[in-house]
Design a protein around this ligand. Structure first.
Ligand code: FAD
Length: 379
């Protein structure tokens, strides 16, 4: 077991830092994520970091990809932007690259990797996202056509996505063999997109609700095969849960450093605030929590690069990382007090962004269900 980064990984982290600096110089960090920013991300193929080079990506493994997102977060790339790109890459492009037909891969992966198209994952029904095999979005196969009816919500990137990876269920098969995952292009007749209003945090992710009303698609729009959706769903979730929060974890580490610096500079001439043991210990604990989540995330990514067999590491990593983001974000806000709240350190905003991660890619309870079912198998 070697915990050090390889020379290639160090070079990649250096390239990610350079890209973050370029983004900072060319764009308004605090701003929105307009289409030309996607183009900028796509120019160097960061949008396809773990997509094979033959499909227009950079061809890196999952662990190296996680390292780059983490570095970008640490370098100050906005959390919402990193989350939007993560949903695009891990929730959409990876799914097409791993489960698509040659035609689907060739059609979508190069464009998604280059930022010429934006991707979204649409699994959550408005009636509830935790129980995905109770999916209410209907799929019917008629002659050579698929027909979809239903709606999806909380779709990250949904407001401006060009392609949606949609989960649907047929009523002629029993769960889990009723599920299919379908690629729905934005220009499909019967697809309506409604941006979600009033969300808390992660504002650059353009979440939307989509409605599918008798959408007709060719039979080859399905990812994998009709009725084979559960395996595709689990695989996409494994990638998303393992990787999507890497950038936010890097950003939390940046916030810890900034908060520590602030508390070292604050206080009386005799004693900085950080020198109170209650404060320094709280900062030290945040450091430990970040490190713990980081290694679980690396382990989950390494599982993806291995045989990818177990789902448990993705679930544990997602659980630990999202809860670390919220609990440590709250701890930093508490320590920085007014300066965190007023925006100088951006900690209240970070906490708002972190809250959504508790349910994105499945709630903590969904992860615990997955972890416990594995525990039962180990008896
Ligand atoms: C920032 C953000 C981004 C998102 N991006 C996307 C996206 O891109 N695509 C997408 O499809 N979805 C997305 N989602 C939706 C997300 O996947 C769902 O919020 C999540 O799966 C939970 O579904 P729900 O919100 O409908 O809650 P529900 O399923 O209604 O659950 C409500 C409560 O009941 C609990 N619960 C439900 N069932 C069980 C059970 N069996 N055991 C224990 N507890 C249970 C839940 O844990 C939760 O506390 C996003 C959500 C957020 C916040």
């Amino acid at each position: 077991m070697d915990f050090r980064l390889s020379d290639d990984q160090k070079a990649l982290v250096g390239a990610a830092n350079a890209f973050a600096a370029e983004l900072s110089a060319k764009t308004d960090y605090a701003g929105d994520m307009p289409r030309d920013l996607w183009t900028l991300w796509g120019e160097q193929r960061w949008l396809g970091a773990c997509i094979p080079e033959a499909l227009g990506g950079m061809g890196h493994d999952a662990l190296s990809t996680v390292l780059t997102f983490e570095a970008m977060g640490r370098a100050g790339v906005p959390r919402g932007q990193l989350f939007a790109v993560g949903a695009h890459l891990f929730g959409c492009t990876v799914g097409i690259a791993r489960h698509g037909s040659d035609a689907q891969r060739e059609n979508w992966c190069p464009r998604l990797s280059a930022g010429e198209a934006v991707g979204a994952l649409a699994f959550t029904d408005p009636g509830g996202g935790s129980n995905l095999d109770a999916c209410a979005t209907a799929i019917r196969v008629e002659d050579d056509e698929l027909r979809l009816d239903g709606s999806k919500t909380f779709v990250t990137n949904g407001a401006h996505a060009d392609v949606f990876v949609v989960l649907a269920a047929s009523d002629d098969r029993k769960p889990p063999f009723n599920l299919s995952v379908v690629l729905v292009p934005r220009d499909t007749d019967g697809l309506a997109i409604e941006p979600l209003q009033g969300v808390t945090g992660l504002h650059q992710t353009h979440p939307a609700r989509i409605t599918l009303t008798d959408c007709r698609l060719p039979a080859d729009a399905v990812l994998g095969r009709v009725g084979g959706g559960m395996a595709v769903l689990l695989d996409i979730m494994r990638w998303e849960r393992s990787c999507i929060l890497a950038g936010l974890l890097g950003a939390l580490e940046r916030d810890l450093v900034a908060t520590t610096g602030y508390l070292e500079s604050r206080g009386s001439a005799e004693k900085a605030a950080a020198q109170f043991q209650a404060v320094s210990h709280a900062l030290a604990r945040v450091r430990v929590e970040i490190e713990s989540a980081r290694w679980l995330m690396y382990r989950a990514a390494a599982e993806l690069d291995g045989d990818g067999g177990s789902l448990i590491f993705a679930a544990m990593s997602k659980l630990a990382t999202s809860e670390t983001l919220v609990e440590c974000g709250l701890a930093l806000q508490r320590l920085a007090a007014g300066h965190g709240w007023t925006g100088g350190l951006g900690l209240a905003e970070a906490l708002n962004d972190a809250i959504g991660t508790l349910s994105a890619s499945g709630t903590s309870e969904a992860q615990l269900n997955m972890i416990y079912s594995q525990l039962q198998r180990e008896l």
